[in-house]
Design a protein around this ligand. Structure first.
Ligand SMILES: [Fe+2]
Length: 331
């Protein structure tokens, strides 16, 4: 067998192993700054059978190459980026996800969330889940407490779960989690005997719910890794404004993952991970009325912050219509 035909045989064997139809591949010989984008797209699309994958990779290559051209990226800058991504990967563990932090701090998480979780007018808006939700929260009764004594200033939260027409949604599952008064989630402590400042409850027949929490405080995102260095290099701070995470689900409705942000917080206009939405900013009242305090069953007269917050859930059809509108707008 000649050397050429031997090479062809090997290529065909390799192609068969990888399910590649060599006859469909474009002939891309001359690589240059002018031709490279078309060449990469041509070879990526030639044998790919998944239409969505084709769309994603075509756009990814177009935008990535356009970015390199637009800023005339230097070799040193590209190596800095490679090094940064390498460090980001190395920083990831089972409990630390530096890539999600990168996505959050670059606004990609909020963008993906905004496209995929758009809500119809009147429904409660969604926002990012964040990294601190856990599956092991305890159930609390309506009116019960998700926080132990000494975990922070009292916050009483109540409201109703409804559909977009104002009908109550009974038995909705409401999950909530937050920082304690020191700005830490329970999972951030070295010793965690039990879930703290988190819990779940169910709405009553009339859709009502209530629970006692603590007033959350601002907290820094993990900043000892490459993302923290990036924010420092950009002159950004690493804080999230105080917020209370909530997740509400009920059969026949879209699951709502949201959070409420406390008006007046110093970081509310510059959230490090872009979670704040105007409709999710709340202004709890300070209740000092002894009768009200006692009625809430706190066991003693105690001034507390009070937040009245209803949830309006969208049906899958209403959500789909809202997402379609967003997709048209952002395209
Ligand atoms: Fe959070």
């Amino acid at each position: 067998m000649s050397r050429a035909s031997e090479a062809t045989r090997k290529m065909n064997e390799l192609a068969a192993q990888h399910d590649v139809d060599l006859s469909k591949l474009p002939r891309i010989i001359d690589q240059s700054a002018d031709s490279i984008t078309n060449n990469v797209n041509a070879i990526n699309l030639a044998n790919c059978s998944d239409e969505r994958r084709k769309v994603i990779f075509k756009s990814l290559i177009d935008h990535l190459h356009a970015f390199v051209r637009e800023v005339s990226l230097t070799n040193e800058e590209w190596m800095t980026a490679i090094q940064f991504l390498t460090e980001t990967g190395k920083k990831c563990t089972d409990i630390r996800q530096e890539f999600i932090l990168l996505s959050d701090t670059l606004g990609v998480s909020t963008l993906v969330d905004g496209i995929n979780n758009a809500k119809p007018p009147g429904a409660t808006e969604a926002t990012v889940l964040g990294p601190f939700f856990t599956q092991d929260a305890h159930e609390v009764q309506n009116g019960g407490s998700i926080a132990s004594e000494g975990k922070g200033d009292y916050l009483f939260v109540e409201g109703r779960v409804m559909d977009t027409k104002g009908n109550p949604i009974p038995n909705a599952l409401i999950n909530t989690w937050e920082t304690d008064g020191h700005g830490s989630y329970d999972v951030q402590y070295e010793v965690r005997d039990a879930p703290e400042c988190r819990g779940y409850l169910r709405s009553a027949e009339d859709g009502s719910y209530s629970f006692r929490a603590v007033v959350p405080v601002p907290y820094p995102i993990p900043s000892d890794g490459p993302v923290g260095k990036m924010l420092t290099a950009l002159g950004r701070h690493v804080y999230r404004p105080a917020h209370l995470h909530m997740m509400v689900e009920a059969p026949g409705f879209e699951k709502l993952t949201t959070a409420f942000y406390f008006d007046g917080d110093p970081y509310i206009t510059s959230d490090a991970v872009f979670g704040v939405r105007t409709s999710l900013i709340v202004k709890p009242e300070l209740i000092t009325d002894v009768a009200k305090t006692k009625a809430r069953g706190f066991g003693e007269e105690k001034p507390h912050a009070y937040l009245k917050q209803d949830f309006v859930l969208a049906t899958p059809e209403e959500g789909a219509a809202a997402r379609k509108k967003v997709a048209q707008r952002v395209n």
